[in-house]
Design a protein around this ligand. Structure first.
Ligand code: AHR
Length: 493
C-alpha cells in the first residue's frame, strides 16, 4: 500500500535554525588529538597543527556551531592550563576518558583557530563541577574583552590581539552526573551564581546555556525553569540512542540483526517524545519560547570497536547510523519553535562520528553524508507537511516506516525522506500543493545499502555514499517515489 504525504508549499512554519546541524568535539579518545590536532611537527598535512583533510571535509557540511571542550571533560578542564607556550603547558590526567595524559596542547587559541578555519561559531562549555566562579568569569574576559584588563592583556601576550566573538557559553555539563552529581535545586542555585559573572563585554552578547536534563528527567527541567529560567537563554537536553543497555552492553555498531535495526530506529524516535514532554514544562514557565532547547549531545552509542581503548568510545558507523541521523533532524525540525540547537556527539573518531581517521588516512561515514545532504534545510523556512505512513512492523510492534520533512529557500523546495523498513521497498505519493508548475525540475540524491550494517572502511571507503536518485514519476502535483529499504535522501524542486 502506498503511503501519502501532503506538502502545503504556501503554509510556512517558521525558520529551521541552522544550529540544529551543530557539532560537538570533546577531549575524548582520538577526537581532538589525532582527529583534529596533529601538532605543528606532524607529517600529516596540516595548517598550524590542524589536519587539512578533516577541515576540508567538514567545511562541506557548513557546520554552524561547534561545542567544546566537553562533555564530562569540561567540568575538570582548567582553561588556564591550555594557553601560553605549548611546551610550558601543564599536563593532566583525563580521568573520564581512558586515564590518558592530556598535554593541553589544544587549548582556547587552537580551538578558536579551528572554528575560524571551519567558519563555524564556537560554543564553549565552562567548568562548574570542579571550577570556580572566578575561573569561569576570567575565561569569558580572556576571550571576549577588547580593552585593558589582566585577562585581555594575557591573551595579547599569548599572541591574540583582538577579542574573539563568542556567543554560545554553557554553564557546566551534565551536572546531575559527571559534572558534579548535583541535585537540580543545588545546580539551579549554582547556575544563578556562575552565570552572573559570565559578562557581556562591549558588543559581545553571550547566549547562556544551562546544563539540562538527562533523557526523561522531567523534574530537572521543572526545577531549572522554575528557579532560574529567566536567567538563561538555553537549556540543554542529552539523549543517546543505545539499542542495548548502557551498563550491561550497548550493542555492537556492526550488528546486522533485524532486532538491533528495529530497536535502534524505535529508540531514535524516542527523541520526539522527550522533546515534546520537556517542551511542555518549558512552555509553562516560558510560553513565548524565549529559552531555546539545546540538544547538545545526541547520537548513537554502541560498544567500542573490539580491541580499542574502552575509554575512547571509538565505534564504526553504518547505514543504521545514517537513518538515526535523518530521523533526528526530522524531529528537531518538527520542533523548530523550541529546539534552537543540537550537537551530534561527536565530530571525529568518537561515538556517531562524521569522520574516522587512522594515521594519515581518513574516511567519511554514512552519518557524514546525511549531514551533507540535509544541509539544504539550514535556516530554510519549514513547510507544512502531513505524513500518513504505513507501519513498519517487527514482532507485533510497529513504528512509522516513512518520515518526511520539507523546507523552502532561494525559490527551491527541499524534501528529505527517511525509509526505515530494513526489508521491504515502498512507494510514497507526495502531493506538493501550490508548486505543480515546477515539478518538471526535480533532482534527487539517496543513501541506501544492501546490508543493515553496510559501512565504509579504510580499505573500502566508498561502500556507502549518496547516489543520484531518479526512481520517481510526476503526475500533476503528485510525485511518486519508489524507495528501497533503508533509505535516506533529499529531493530538490
Ligand atoms: O559524549 C560522551 C559523553 O557523554 C560526554 O562527555 C558526556 O557529557 C555524556 O555523558
Amino acid at each position: 500500500m502506498s503511503q501519502k504525504v501532503i506538502i502545503n508549499s504556501d503554509i510556512l512554519k517558521g525558520t529551521i535554525n541552522k544550529n540544529i546541524y551543530g557539532h560537538f568535539a570533546e577531549h575524548l579518545g582520538r577526537c581532538i588529538y589525532e582527529g583534529f590536532w596533529v601538532g605543528e611537527d606532524s607529517e600529516i598535512n596540516h595548517t598550524n597543527g590542524i589536519r587539512n583533510d578533516v577541515v576540508a571535509a567538514l567545511k562541506k557540511l557548513n557546520i554552524p556551531v561547534l561545542r567544546w571542550p566537553g562533555g564530562c571533560f569540561a567540568d575538570e578542564y582548567h582553561w588556564k592550563d591550555g594557553v601560553g607556550p605549548r611546551a610550558d603547558r601543564k599536563r593532566m590526567v583525563n580521568t573520564h576518558w581512558g586515564g590518558v595524559v592530556e598535554n593541553n596542547h589544544f587549548g582556547t587559541h587552537e580551538f578558536m583557530m579551528l572554528c575560524e578555519m571551519l567558519e563555524t561559531e564556537p560554543y564553549i562549555c565552562g567548568n562548574v563541577g570542579s571550577g570556580t566562579v572566578q575561573e569561569m568569569s576570567e575565561w569569558v574576559e580572556y576571550m571576549t574583552f577588547d580593552g585593558e584588563s589582566p585577562m585581555a592583556n594575557w591573551r595579547k601576550e599569548n599572541g591574540r590581539e583582538k577579542a574573539w566573538p563568542l556567543t554560545y557559553f554553557g554553564v557546566g555539563n551534565e551536572n546531575w552526573g559527571c559534572g558534579g552529581n548535583m541535585r537540580p535545586e543545588f545546580y539551579a542555585d549554582l547556575y544563578r551564581q556562575f552565570q552572573t559573572y559570565v559578562r557581556n563585554y562591549g558588543d559581545n552578547k553571550i547566549f547562556k546555556i544551562a546544563g539540562g536534563a538527562n533523557v526523561d528527567d522531567y523534574n530537572w527541567t521543572e526545577v531549572l525553569m522554575r528557579e532560574a529560567g529567566w536567567l538563561m537563554d538555553g537549556l540543554s537536553l542529552h539523549y543517546y540512542t543505545i539499542p542495548g543497555d548502557f551498563f550491561k552492553g550497548k550493542g555492537s555498531a556492526l550488528d546486522s540483526r533485524e532486532s538491533e535495526w528495529y530497536i535502534t530506529m524505535k529508540k531514535a524516535l524516542h527523541m520526539d517524545e522527550l522533546i515534546t514532554k520537556h517542551s511542555l514544562i518549558m512552555d509553562k514557565y516560558d510560553p513565548d519560547k524565549r529559552v531555546g532547547m539545546i540538544v547538545d549531545e545526541w547520537g548513537t552509542w554502541f560498544d567500542v570497536e573490539p580491541g580499542t581503548n574502552p575509554g575512547f568510545l571509538y565505534q564504526q558507523n553504518t547505514i543504521r547510523d545514517a537513518l538515526v541521523a535523518g530521523l533526528h533532524f526530522h524531529i528537531f525540525q518538527k520542533h523548530n519553535e523550541r529546539v534552537q540547537m543540537a550537537n551530534i556527539a561527536q565530530t571525529v573518531n568518537v561515538l556517531q562520528a562524521m569522520i574516522l581517521t587512522e594515521g594519515e588516512k581518513m574516511i567519511l561515514t554514512p552519518t557524514y553524508h546525511v549531514f551533507e545532504m540535509f544541509k539544504v534545510h539550514q535556516d530554510a523556512t519549514k513547510l507544512d507537511v502531513d505524513v500518513a505512513s504505513n507501519p513498519y512492523e517487527w514482532q507485533g510492534e510497529n513504528i512509522p516506516a516513512v518520515s518526511v520533512q520539507a523546507s523552502t529557500k532561494d525559490d527551491q523546495i527541499h524534501i528529505s525522506f527517511c525509509h526505515v523498513d530494513h526489508k521491504n521497498s515502498t512507494t510514497v505519493q507526495i502531493d506538493v500543493r501550490g508548486y505543480e508548475d515546477k515539478l518538471d525540475q526535480i533532482t534527487g540524491r539517496i543513501l541506501t545499502a544492501g546490508e543493515t550494517n553496510a559501512h565504509n572502511t579504510f580499505e573500502n571507503p566508498e561502500q556507502v555514499k549518496p547516489v543520484a536518485y531518479e526512481d520517481f514519476t510526476v503526475n500533476g502535483s503528485q510525485i511518486e517515489l519508489r524507495l528501497p529499504p533503508m533509505a535516506v535522501g533529499v529531493l530538490t524542486i
